[in-house]
Design a protein around this ligand. Structure first.
Ligand SMILES: Nc1ncnc2c1ncn2[C@@H]1O[C@H](COP(=O)(O)OP(=O)(O)OP(=O)(O)O)[C@@H](O)[C@H]1O
Length: 378
């Protein structure tokens, strides 16, 4: 893909071709063909028949209701000659649209999802459940939402980004409004830094012009060349508009291993003093931003994003313990359709390595290699 095209590095993944959303799109196209017929009686009849689709929460319409609604609409349209295409929200049932308004129950859905799927991350859960719905429910935010997720490998940073994306766009990471950048893949060569800065600005500008509620995920921030991320500083700032584009409704997620040592230090102190990680406060980790700012290998080294307080929250991901690894194994077993066998769960968890050397409390790879280790036992 050429630089400057709105979709950016992930533009090759076109939405609407796979999964439930793809099927819905196909059904929708067939229905549209049917409905694109000739006219008839009153717009009211059409609106009435289409009410289940146009009403808030229409995404949850049952297949039977949908069928009835479309049949009714077809009959009415045949009578009225009123084009269905003029109804706002109609197309969005069949094809992905940029988010206009988050679902009313977003906070509850996100909380439930994180409670069920994310283990051992009380602080991350707390920050995300409050900040993301709060931001999306604000029709006029003063700046884009910028969250920086930090922690040891395999502790759930990418996993949480996926959950956030799915809570906003049904197609999650495959959505055309969600853009993922991986430093070592998209910005590998230091000598191309100037070019990357221009491309990044163009990609973000293009995509936000297309959809104000775009989501940008920057993975491997700690491997990003220093200075590159500062090229997007204007977009994260408190500007009403820049060259006619407002960036205030976008979401930026930065993922990094930087700061993991600091987080581990605090988590270890907690563990040694017999305290529960659920009682940990963000205040206990307030030094996180400073350690990231001063870390030459953080991607945020002396970054103006931190300097100018443009990162809204530094979200700590705690190192995972033996019991969390076991929970991940159980989930993996269930997702593959197996009955949970506690012997296998223990064997897989025992096979992982733990640190510090003496205490052996935290998993070196979090839950990351659980699925490959499990392959040996199935
Ligand atoms: N806290 C967690 N709760 C539940 N599952 C987890 C958790 N952390 C990791 N996992 C599982 O492990 C997999 C790998 O984790 P993930 O890719 O999110 O780690 P990461 O923190 O982004 O690591 P890295 O820093 O190496 O990119 C996830 O897809 C998920 O299945």
């Amino acid at each position: 893909m050429a630089a400057g095209e709105p979709e950016g590095p992930r533009g090759d993944r076109k939405p609407g071709s796979a999964g439930e959303a793809g099927e819905r799109l196909q059904r929708g196209r067939a229905a549209m063909k049917l409905l694109r017929g000739d006219g008839g009686t009153g717009p009211a009849l059409v609106a009435l028949a289409l009410w289940p689709l146009l009403a808030p929460g229409a995404q949850a319409v049952e297949p039977i209701s949908l069928g009835l609604a479309l049949a009714g609409a077809a009959a009415s349209a045949a009578l009225t000659g009123v084009g269905l295409f003029s109804y706002p929200g109609f197309f969005c049932y069949f094809t992905e649209c940029c988010l206009q308004k988050p679902r009313a129950e977003l906070e509850t859905v996100l909380r439930k999802d994180l409670d069920k799927k994310l283990f051992g991350q009380p602080l991350a859960k707390k920050v995300i459940v409050k900040s993301v719905p709060g931001f999306l429910n604000n029709p006029n935010p003063k700046k884009p939402l910028a969250l920086s997720l930090h922690g040891w490998t395999g502790t759930g940073k990418n996993f949480v980004s996926k959950i956030i994306a799915e809570s906003i766009y049904e197609e999650g990471l495959k959505s055309k409004y969600v853009h993922q950048f991986v430093s070592t893949l998209h910005f590998p060569h230091f000598q191309n830094l100037t070019q990357y800065k221009d491309q990044l600005q163009m990609w973000i500008r293009g995509n936000v012009s297309n959809c104000a509620r775009s989501i940008f995920i920057f993975d491997e921030m700690d491997k990003m060349h220093a200075g590159l991320i500062d090229s997007i500083k204007p977009f994260l700032d408190y500007y009403e508009e820049l060259d006619g584009v407002s960036y205030r409704k976008a979401i930026f997620l930065f993922l990094s291993n930087a700061g993991a040592e600091k987080i581990t230090e605090v988590a270890l102190d907690f563990w040694k003093s017999g305290k529960n990680r659920d009682d940990m406060k963000l205040k206990d980790l307030e030094q996180l931003s400073v350690s990231v700012f001063n870390n030459k290998n953080s991607g945020f080294w002396h970054s103006s994003l931190i300097d100018r307080h443009l990162i809204d929250h530094f979200v700590p991901f705690l190192p995972l313990e033996y019991k969390h690894v076991k929970m991940c194994v159980r989930v993996e077993l269930k997702s593959r359709g197996y009955v949970v066998d506690e012997d296998i769960v223990t064997q897989v968890a025992d096979e992982m390595t733990y640190f510090p050397k003496e205490e052996r409390i935290f998993s070196n790879k979090g839950c990351k290699t659980v699925c490959t280790k499990l392959d040996f036992y199935l």
